[in-house]
Design a binder for this molecule. Structure first.
Ligand code: AMP
Ligand code: ZN
Ligand code: FE
Ligand code: FE
Length: 293
């Protein structure tokens, strides 16, 4: 069974619509895929609707990737199988999502001040109704020929953390995120905890504190982690009793990684579904959710 628990659609900064993502996940031979857009569950309905038309079984795990900040360091928390209508988490999620708009406007203004001929209309066209992120602005910079690739915009010169055109956004306190997700019946997994090329990461002691606060797992197998890092994280997970997941963090054509590039052990997936009470995995064309015992 092939299980990929971290993907992005056009509901955030991926390039596949939620329906296209389900079709591509089935074509990639996945049995289970999680949709985890940044700070948003708005892609879920379209993904669920698309499952019925697939010619292959694919189970959808609904989720989100929450933008958090701890002691000044940004981190991402994956949330799975929460009740999307639970009012407190819904309100906080939408607050974080909606604050991405003024923050993106601030980054566009900074770029204009740096002499870049970018417009808000251009960014709005690229983002559509997505949860707005730096990759949308980076795409505009690629269109303008300012940088060659989306990744090249994530430097101190442009949109990288603390960069010339960077602006902060409102983010969750990760302890509050764990509490909100649990109260909505969901499960939390710390995404790519050692993705050092994206910027500063939190120390191991932070993972211990999050584990003590009810964190369920850490994403170990991720293309931003090299082999020694994965080995060290596996050891940390064993010490702290955390589940270990693996995922692609697929973003469609905005990133080179393919669906299923890293995967999660079926036993771990089963444990995630057992711990969750906010939502069930959604079965695909075959009508029975995969991997549930
Ligand atoms: P934001 O949520 O708007 O702050 O943007 C962060 C997102 O940008 C991440 O979730 C990644 O999808 C993407 N990202 C971060 N660092 C890089 C990088 N070095 N190259 C390409 N994409 C990146
Ligand atoms: Zn992203
Ligand atoms: Fe992330
Ligand atoms: Fe992600």
């Amino acid at each position: 069974m092939r299980i990929d628990l971290h993907t992005h659609s056009t509901a955030s900064d991926g390039t596949d619509t939620p329906a296209e993502l389900m079709r591509n996940a089935a074509a990639a031979g996945l049995d289970v895929v999680a949709l985890t857009d940044h700070d948003s569950a708005r892609g879920h309905a379209e993904a669920i609707a698309a499952l019925a038309d697939l010619d292959r079984d694919l189970t959808l795990v609904t989720g989100a990737e929450l933008s958090c900040r701890l002691d000044g360091v940004g981190l991402h928390m994956l949330a799975y199988l929460f009740d999307p209508f639970e009012p407190e988490f819904l309100r906080e999620r939408e607050l974080v999502r909606d604050d991405r708009v003024p923050r993106a406007r601030a980054m566009v203004t900074r770029l204009q001040e740096l002499g870049v001929p970018i417009t808000w209309e251009q960014v709005a066209r690229i983002a559509g109704d997505a949860s707005l992120g730096r990759p949308h602005i980076a795409t505009a910079l690629v269109e303008l020929g300012v940088v060659a690739t989306v990744s090249d915009a994530f430097t101190s010169e442009w949109l990288g953390n603390g960069g010339r055109a960077y602006a902060e956004k409102h983010e969750f306190d990760p302890f509050e995120a764990i509490r909100l997700v649990k109260a909505a019946g969901g499960v939390t997994v710390f995404a790519h905890p050692q993705a050092v090329k994206r910027g500063a990461v939190v120390p191991d002691s932070a993972v211990e504190r999050l584990a003590a606060a009810g964190l369920d797992g850490i994403e170990v197998d991720h293309t931003d982690h090299d082999a020694p890092t994965r080995a060290r994280l596996r050891g940390q997970a064993a010490d702290l009793g955390l589940l270990v997941t693996g995922s692609s963090d697929y973003h469609g054509s905005r990133k080179s990684v393919e669906l299923g590039a890293c995967t999660t052990d079926p036993e771990i997936y089963g444990e995630i579904t057992r711990r969750a009470s906010g939502a069930f995995p959604v079965p695909g064309a075959g009508g029975r959710a995969q991997g549930l015992s």
